[in-house]
Write a protein that binds this ligand. Sequence first.
Ligand SMILES: [Cu+2]
Length: 143
Amino acid sequence: MRRLITLLALALMTNQAAQAAGRLEVSGAWIRTAPPGAMMLAGYATLRNVGDAPLTVTGADSVAFGDVSLHESVEVDGVARMKALGPVEIAPSASVVLAPGGKHLMLMRPKRAVASGESIKIHIATASGEGASADFVVRDAVP
Ligand SMILES: [Cu+2]
């Protein structure tokens, strides 16, 4: 009997562990307009983990751009530079803010002209494979 209870308890715990998962929510997503012909734009958003386990953002992609990557702006000897950002872990209920002057999505080689006011879908990838997509609104200034 005792063994059975132990087994049942184990089964329950395993079940709960399987259900705990990170879940990504993207909000306030926008892209800053760039001069016509620009090969590089930046996207911003708040990435929130609404799940009950940590999640890891591994990258991003969009059919509207040749390449999308995670970047961070840093100041080196008084000069603003950008560097590629590795995987970003987000704890349950925590957020990572992508904003001008800090972390951002680097949107390379737009496939067509990007106009103010339109929306562009970008998919944010997570290590679990689930990820999340959001419509990024193209704006001239910080919302
Ligand atoms: Cu960048």
